[in-house]
Design a protein around this ligand. Structure first.
Ligand code: HEC
Ligand code: HEC
Ligand code: HEC
Ligand code: HEC
Length: 194
């Protein structure tokens, strides 16, 4: 029934339940905060960061971004609504998945898997993909970028075509500063560091 509606209107999310209110989600571990941290926990960590060898995060569940985007669900509609409202973008918990999946595709084994997990009260331990090294003390806020209509893909790549999100864009200082220079945005050190 759901899918019949979706198929006929062409623009997926028209028939979906009302999105949950954009309440502040808890920060995902490692997300930059106002908290001052120093140095590295270990020599190994320091070496890894120095040579910028980031391990590709292994997610607890292969979330298919592409499937959802093709159904017309917008990035900021249900899952990343905090991007438009605050500094912490947030990754959705299972309760957000269940807004739709209590009714959508319930016969599929992978949906049954997340439904079963949501009943245990233990959320998905999603890993961060776009984070900074804590010792860089970078402060970032989506809002000024979204106001200037910078596309999500400029900084996050073609996530709409991916299953699990990949870090295909390296958000280095040079990348930020180049665009700031081109757009006459501030490049003062304290714009981005604290
Ligand atoms: C706004 C509604 C919506 C939300 C929120 C949502 N989904 Fe979906 N999901 C869909 C739709 C629609 C499909 C496509 C169903 C189909 O093709 O049968 C889908 C498909 C899937 C599939 C593929 C199922 C299969 O085996 O073919 C998986 C896995 C999935 N979703 C997981 C999740 C997870 C995990 C979350 C939370 C992080 C989530 N979804 C949040 C609407 C949603
Ligand atoms: C100007 C670059 C830029 C743009 C444009 C941008 N982001 Fe981000 N995004 C970032 C940075 C940088 C971080 C990491 C921030 C931090 O750790 O404080 C981030 C983090 C995130 C996260 C958390 C991911 C993780 O792995 O922890 C999500 C979700 C996110 N962004 C979604 C979006 C969406 C959706 C859009 C478009 C509406 C968007 N972003 C546009 C730069 C950007
Ligand atoms: C695609 C271009 C682009 C990229 C890439 C980009 N920015 Fe920006 N950023 C802007 C623009 C344009 C503004 C100014 C918005 C305005 O004038 O309100 C801005 C504003 C900001 C501000 C607010 C400045 C202020 O005080 O008004 C911060 C902080 C910031 N960016 C940090 C970053 C960081 C950190 C990165 C890299 C992870 C980054 N930006 C990448 C274009 C970009
Ligand atoms: C537009 C945003 C922006 C501006 C302006 C900026 N930086 Fe950065 N800086 C970054 C980002 C992003 C990183 C990389 C963070 C990461 O990958 O963890 C970084 C990394 C660094 C690092 C490396 C930290 C480490 O330990 O790895 C230093 C040092 C640094 N910046 C100093 C400066 C100084 C000094 C200025 C002023 C001349 C400045 N930055 C201006 C965004 C900015």
């Amino acid at each position: 029934m759901w899918l019949a509606v979706i198929g006929s209107v062409g623009c997926g999310y028209v028939g979906y339940p009302t999105p949950p209110p954009a309440t502040a989600l808890p920060a995902v571990p490692g997300q930059s905060t106002g908290l001052f941290t120093t140095a590295h926990a270990s020599f190994g960590e320091a070496a890894t960061h120095f040579f910028d060898r980031r391990a590709e995060p292994v997610q607890p569940f292969d979330f298919p971004h592409v499937t959802h985007v093709q159904k017309g669900i917008k990035c900021t509609e249900y899952c990343h609504s905090n991007v438009t409202t605050g500094p912490v973008a947030g990754i959705p918990g299972l309760s957000t998945c269940m807004v739709c999946h209590q009714a959508i595709a319930t016969e599929k084994p992978r949906i049954q898997q997340i439904t079963a997990q949501s009943k245990t009260g233990v959320d998905m331990a999603w890993k961060r993909v776009f984070d900074f090294y804590p010792e860089s003390h970078v402060k970032f806020n989506h809002a000024p970028h979204i106001r200037k209509n910078v596309e999500c893909a400029t900084c996050h790549g073609n996530i709409a075509e991916q299953t699990v999100a990949k870090r295909n864009v390296e958000l280095t200082m040079g990348y930020c500063v180049n665009c700031h220079n081109e757009n006459k945005a501030p490049v003062d050190c304290l714009t981005c560091h604290y």
